[in-house]
Design a protein around this ligand. Structure first.
Ligand SMILES: Nc1ncnc2c1ncn2[C@@H]1O[C@H](COP(=O)(O)OP(=O)(O)O)[C@@H](O)[C@H]1O
Ligand SMILES: [Mg+2]
Length: 568
């Protein structure tokens, strides 16, 4: 960013498509006609993270120029990063309340506007529940790019959000094109957002390994037997799929399928004749149920014979294997299903995050909306699994197919309050331990699959050191303790000088960021984070509590009055 050529690409010189770039300066000589400068939209834009700072930490030009305006600032007054640098694990570290989530929001907005990357946010504080909504307050202290507030202090430790666009529409119009899904427990009493969707998983799509992890009694269970049962239930489901070829999506939902409990009891058979009969009974049952829903005979589509043959054979083998599994294991399997079903987490949806629909760019997993911790943890684990499997599958397909490879995009996995999901010590809960393992695997092997972590924390000492060590982009905001700065130096190999440490601890206020790594290839830079322009759901307390209640204030007033009367 110290490189002036690089810096010149920041800001107005590379704006996204929808922005009105005509200004009074860009008029044809002698005419009133605005000239639209030629732009090449194929070149990557730089992501604008903040405002360049002067030595006194005031935002240079903006504060010092006398005019105090934005939207027309010279590009080198903004700190930008290259689009390429986001394909890297990233760490954002600062004490609570110093603007980590605000800066994260800003970063993700830029990622979604200026690149074609995908983002999945594990959101512990509902900071992104309203990510699709624009925050108009950001522009309220400004009018047509000029500051309205005369009391604006250039070097204040706390300052209002500073956008770089002159007007709200420069952000809101392109932002409206970014499709976002908010998924959660969708408890109606908690959900205020109309876009919150309930996160559900397909039983068949869940791996038996994850199901066992979810179960506390897993020590008594032989994992291979458990997997055998899961394959068997999946094979029955495949039979129903086979015979519902001609059915609509709605009709498929109406087919009366064998329940998991029935699947378990139907395997208890003895001699080979009995087995044969039970097998053919289940097959004919699946077929007749689908025929029934099809209604008229012409609506039922006979499956292709090769496919029918192989599906039946797979089912027969799965049935015979499942018949050998102990009764207790079957009961156990059934119980785990019942628990997830009771939590409302099971449905026929095979793609819980809708990852196949690439038009959605961001997914927010709204963690506070889950009813209890177990439900939330399991959903986080299953969501991580879905992201991992999707990326792995795409990588697999891309190795054989040029076109698929061309369409691959980075997928950022964002973990705020990362000390909770990736703690340094192994968690006691098996689900939590598995979550941590998954994230560690992404830290180690994710690059190959295009998966990159963005971890945010106030306690780097409490985050798994391997994961921190993998982060190639770093943002340090206000950190009041030398111990934490020392942790950052040691765990992430950061070269924070003594002067810089003093500045971070003593001079930084909300929103000040020390950037390093791939984000800042010519050495660390310090910036004031430009405004997050979307609504933060888990908002701060409003200021109203800072005055006494009316009944108390009335007493104060009466006392004051009687004091002044007695004095006069
Ligand atoms: N760059 C900034 N400009 C203006 N206000 C900011 C900035 N960063 C943070 N804030 C304010 O500080 C509050 C706390 O920030 P937040 O991101 O929630 O902190 P953290 O995640 O570190 O606890 C935000 O709601 C916002 O009002
Ligand atoms: Mg936060």
């Amino acid at each position: 960013m110290a490189d002036s050529q690089e810096t010149n690409q920041v800001g107005t010189s590379k704006l996204p498509i929808n922005i009105d770039i005509s200004s009074s300066e860009t008029r044809k000589a002698g005419t009133a006609e605005p000239v639209t400068p030629k732009r090449s939209w194929t070149e990557p834009s730089r992501l604008i993270l903040g405002w360049r700072l002067a030595r006194d930490l005031g935002t240079e030009w903006f504060d010092k120029g006398g005019n105090r305006s934005h939207g027309d600032q010279p590009p080198n007054m903004l700190e930008g990063i290259s689009a390429a640098s986001i394909a890297m694990h990233t760490a954002i570290i600062a004490k609570s309340g110093s603007g980590k989530s605000f800066f994260l929001g800003r970063y993700l907005e830029e990622v979604l506007l200026k690149t074609d990357a995908t983002v999945t946010i594990f959101d512990p504080n509902a900071d992104f529940r309203k990510f699709s909504e624009v925050e108009p307050c950001v522009w309220q202290k400004h009018e047509n790019g000029k500051v309205k507030d005369v009391a604006w202090n250039p070097c204040a430790k706390s300052r209002p959000p500073l956008p770089h666009e002159k007007e709200m529409k420069e952000f809101s119009e392109p932002w409206a094109k970014v499709k976002i899904r908010v998924l959660g427990g969708a408890d109606p009493s908690l959900s205020t957002s109309t876009i919150m969707e309930e996160m559900k998983f397909s039983w068949k799509g869940l791996s038996s390994h994850l199901l066992l992890v979810a179960d506390r009694g897993r020590d008594e269970i032989e994992p291979a037997d458990f997997a055998t049962l899961h394959v068997y239930v999946g094979a029955i489901d495949d039979l129903y799929e086979l015979y519902s070829v001609g059915l609509s999506e709605k009709q498929r939902g109406e087919v009366k399928r064998l329940s998991v409990a029935d699947c378990m009891t139907s395997t208890v058979v003895g001699d080979s004749e009995k087995t044969r009969r039970a097998i053919s009974h289940i097959i004919s049952d699946a077929k007749s149920e689908c025929e029934k829903i099809a209604g008229a005979a012409e609506n039922f589509v006979e499956p292709e014979s090769n496919r029918e043959q192989s599906t039946k054979e797979k089912f027969q083998a799965a049935f015979r294997n499942a018949a050998l599994v102990k009764k207790e294991t079957k009961e156990h399997y059934q119980r785990i299903h019942r628990v997830l079903e009771q939590r409302g987490r099971i449905s026929g949806v095979s793609d819980p995050l809708g990852l196949a629909d690439r038009s959605f760019r961001a997914r927010v997993i709204d963690m506070p909306s889950f009813r209890d911790r177990e439900d939330r943890d399991m959903s986080v684990l299953l969501a991580l699994d879905a992201v991992w499997e999707d990326a792995r599958g795409e990588w697999e397909r891309a190795t054989n197919n040029e076109e698929v490879n061309e369409s691959r995009r980075p997928h950022l996995i964002v973990i705020d309050e990362a000390h909770n999901l990736i703690p340094a010590d192994t968690p006691l809960s098996p689900v939590r331990a598995e979550i941590r393992e998954r994230i560690k695997t992404i830290a180690g092997e994710g690059r190959k699959y295009g998966l990159f972590l963005v971890i945010v924390t106030q306690r780097p000492d409490k985050v798994d050191p391997q994961v921190l060590g993998e982060c190639g982009n770093q943002a340090i905001m206000l950190v009041p303790s030398l111990t934490i700065i020392q942790e950052c130096r040691e765990r992430m190999g950061l070269l924070i000088t003594e002067d810089e440490a003093g500045m971070i601890m003593n001079k930084f206020g909300k929103g000040y960021v020390w950037l390093s790594g791939t984000w800042s290839p010519n050495g660390p830079t310090v910036t004031f984070a430009a405004a997050r322009r979307t609504k933060a759901g888990g908002a701060d307390l409003p200021k109203g509590w800072m005055v006494p209640r009316k009944e108390v204030a009335d007493v104060f007033r009466t006392l004051e009055m009687s004091k002044s009367v007695s004095q006069s």
